[in-house]
Ligand binder design. Structure first.
Ligand SMILES: NC(=O)c1ccc[n+]([C@@H]2O[C@H](COP(=O)([O-])OP(=O)(O)OC[C@H]3O[C@@H](n4cnc5c(N)ncnc54)[C@H](O)[C@@H]3O)[C@@H](O)[C@H]2O)c1
Ligand SMILES: O=C(O)C(=O)C[C@@H](O)[C@H](O)[C@H](O)COP(=O)(O)O
Ligand SMILES: [Zn+2]
Length: 363
């Protein structure tokens, strides 16, 4: 059980802000919002109404308007964004006002996008309530929504004014959602911080609970991995692509499953897929490819998926934002913490990795 002081992780750059990690942090909201805003639009999933009311109480100095949106991925649509814009219009929301996005990554992506687009950009503060949103979605300024053409294809870079990661809020998070968040944490272990892998491999997964010291360390380490990358390459002109490890296949799986596969689960499957692709391409050794499967499975994540044909997933991968023209580009690893891009891998290699992913291959 952690009774530690909050940890403040600073994100530098042109619009610097802090990511605070700790417990019982809602009272810090006014400090992050400052005395500029009069009105606050509190975007939250309908299912988290009680938490939203707690946050509202903490912001009693402001005129707070609740904007409930659908739970989960269903919030990331043009229609829901348009409803939010209409609500801000009715409120007479000005550039001196602020959005607070409280919820999982779907809510922070939507709330961030609404803030990025309203009046071409108003202040947003994120209060992530899922593990995945704390370690990834709320940090780094990527916002967006899904369309029929694919996941996250419409969006904007819009950095928050602050992020409050109150791990006490994870107490109500269903276990399957916590485990999904570990997918992005383990990803960070492979791309940049092997201590994360040591922690995961050396810990009984049932003891990774919201009040545990190990969860706190995993959260802080994963956030630091993300910060180190985004301060160097906010708009993904190069290095930031590493954070997309496993995501080319992950996003294809999410879309093909009609978003029934959780993002963090898809990241686990997609990371094992791309490790296999790298192994088949002669880039990654057998043992490190196998370590991928073992690490994700250890925390309870899936590493195989049988739900769509190769052709369907191949077509969905074509809209990946890392693609250039008709050339697919995958982030692969040469070793732990040693990323590179594998462009235009031969079709037979992609099929071989797909066969392993579906259990049809030798892996
Ligand atoms: N912008 C980025 O950099 C970035 C990074 C990673 C992921 N994402 C996006 O984040 C989304 C996934 O985020 P997610 O895994 O948090 O999913 P999510 O937002 O769909 O949340 C999962 C479910 O948990 C519920 N929930 C959240 N917090 C809760 C709590 N404290 N108690 C009870 N229930 C709670 C939500 O209402 C939802 O039903 C995806 O859309 C993904 O694309 C964005
Ligand atoms: O922050 C990033 O950059 C990432 O790629 C982090 C990913 O975990 C995240 O899922 C992100 O939303 C994916 O971005 P996209 O550009 O592929 O839509
Ligand atoms: Zn992700």
């Amino acid at each position: 059980m952690s009774a530690r002081e909050p940890t403040v992780l600073h994100v530098g750059g042109a619009s610097p802000y802090d990511v605070v990690v700790g417990r019982e942090l809602l009272d810090r909201l006014p400090g992050v919002l400052g005395d500029g805003p009069q009105r606050v639009a509190l975007v939250h999933p309908v299912g988290l109404g009680q938490l939203a009311h707690l946050a509202r109480t903490a912001m009693s100095a402001y005129e707070v308007h609740l904007l409930p949106v659908p739970d989960g991925e269903a919030a990331k649509t043009a229609a829901v964004a348009a409803d939010c814009w209409e609500a801000l219009g009715r409120l007479g929301f000005t550039r001196s006002d602020a959005v607070v996005a409280l919820g999982g990554g779907a809510t922070t992506d939507l709330g961030g996008f609404v803030a990025a687009t309203w009046l071409r950009g108003v202040r947003v503060v994120h209060v992530p309530t899922s593990l995945l949103a704390m370690v990834d979605a709320a940090v780094g300024g990527k916002t967006g929504i899904d369309t029929g053409a694919g996941k996250n294809l419409v969006g904007a870079f819009h950095e928050p004014a602050g992020v409050l990661c109150d791990v006490a809020l994870l107490d109500s998070l269903p276990r399957a959602e916590l485990v999904a968040g570990l997918g992005e944490v383990v990803k960070c272990g492979f791309i940049a911080d092997p201590v994360i892998l040591d922690l995961v491999e050396g810990t009984d997964p049932d003891t990774i609970t919201p009040d545990s010291d190990v969860l706190r360390e995993l959260v802080e380490r994963a956030i630091q991995v993300k910060i180190d990358v985004v301060v160097d390459d906010l708009k993904e002109s190069g290095r930031r692509e590493v954070l997309n490890y496993g995501h080319t296949m992950a996003h294809a799986i999410e879309r093909a499953s009609d978003y029934q596969v959780r993002h963090g689960e898809a990241v686990a499957i997609g990371s094992v897929f791309v490790a296999e692709l790298a192994r088949v391409a002669g880039v990654l050794d057998d043992a490190t490819a196998e370590r991928h499967r073992a690490a994700f499975e250890r925390v309870g994540l899936p590493t195989r998926w049988y739900g769509a044909s190769y052709e369907e997933l191949r077509a969905a991968m074509a809209v990946d934002k890392k693609a250039r023209g008709s050339t697919l580009r995958f982030v692969v690893l040469e070793g732990i913490g040693v990323p590179r891009v594998l462009a235009d891998p031969p079709e037979e290699m992609l099929r071989a990795a797909y066969d392993v992913m579906t259990g049809g291959g030798a892996g």
